[in-house]
Design a protein around this ligand. Structure first.
Ligand SMILES: Nc1ncnc2c1ncn2[C@@H]1O[C@H](COP(=O)(O)OP(=O)(O)OP(=O)(O)O)[C@@H](O)[C@H]1O
Length: 279
């Protein structure tokens, strides 16, 4: 363990090293399609890393290999210095679609993780109630997912992910389906909770403002086949406070513009390709 500048201690085994990651798929027509080509970047223990890039550049494919759900064609992912060759231990996920079980109550959804890990039911229930309190959902324990708003469902998903105290948190556009205000509120809440647990985070988003506001490091990917175009360290101080307000800081605007200059070309190239123009 090492102490961090903001909140909880970070775990050295949460270091993520992605080197020369290449992924090829076989298309239905039997052709080889290269989705990723030599992707390399690192996420330091307890660091919040955002990945941005045009649609189809291989962001989700990269996450699949960090989690161990998929295998690289070439290259490697190492977590805590060990090569990932199965499902990575200590990883929690949040996706754009709610991964909540509709037939389980809010409490039931949140305590599932600890119960699967063998935590006695009583203890798991206490922890789940505590996490629901932390995400502002005390009093909603007996509701079912369909009885909640989109923002409330995200809070449940966040409690369900963080109750496991993961060393790595993988987030694939977790707030992509929310309205702008709810998204800003959820992002601020996520930062507060992340500071309490300090997992290493890989956060995929199409929203560059969101990436800069949340992250310590922003990785910009090229259009397909995806590779790393540039890596930006975000030197905005922590704790960041309100995600909505940070957007008015001169340094935020400067970083946002700098990264957009790099990203724009790739977005335009990907658009030209899908629109049938020349890349
Ligand atoms: N199992 C698969 N078989 C064939 N091609 C695949 C497979 N999975 C992904 N791809 C292709 O790999 C490319 C990268 O997909 P991926 O979903 O990783 O992109 P992305 O950057 O996450 O996209 P988006 O931003 O639109 O979510 C796409 O062209 C996709 O069609």
């Amino acid at each position: 363990m090492a102490s961090s500048s903001a909140g909880a201690a970070v775990r050295e085994d949460a270091h993520i090293e992605i080197s020369g990651l290449t992924k090829r798929f076989l298309t239905p027509a039997g052709e080889v399609f290269t989705a990723l080509e030599g992707v390399s970047f690192t996420v330091e223990p307890g660091q919040f890393c955002a990945v941005v890039g045009p649609t189809g550049c291989g962001k989700s494919t990269t996450l699949g290999m960090v989690s161990g759900l998929d295998r690289p064609s070439e290259g490697s992912v190492k977590v805590g210095g060990r090569e990932v060759d199965g499902i990575t231990d200590g990883v929690s996920f949040m996706f754009q679609a709610d991964a909540l079980l509709p037939w389980k109550s809010v409490l039931g959804n949140v305590l599932m993780g600890p119960v699967f890990r063998g935590v006695p039911k009583q203890q798991a229930q206490t922890a789940a109630r505590d996490w629901l309190r932390r995400v502002g959902l005390s009093g909603f324990e007996d509701r079912y997912p369909h009885q909640l708003s989109g923002g409330m469902r995200k809070r449940v998903a966040m409690a369900a992910a963080l109750i496991n105290e993961p060393k790595i948190l993988i987030m694939d556009e977790p707030f992509g389906a929310l309205d702008v205000q709810t998204k800003a509120i959820m992002s601020t809440e996520l930062l507060g909770l992340w500071e309490q647990i300090r997992p290493s985070v890989i956060f995929i988003t199409h929203d560059l403002d969101e990436a800069v506001a949340l992250a310590d490091r922003v990785v910009v990917m090229t259009s397909s086949p995806g590779s790393v175009k540039a890596v930006f360290d975000i030197d905005l101080p922590r704790p960041r406070g309100s995600v909505q307000e940070i957007r008015f800081q001169p340094r935020f605007i400067e970083l946002q513009q700098q990264i957009w200059e790099t990203l724009r070309e790739e977005v335009e190239r990907a658009y030209a390709r899908t629109a049938g123009g020349k890349a």
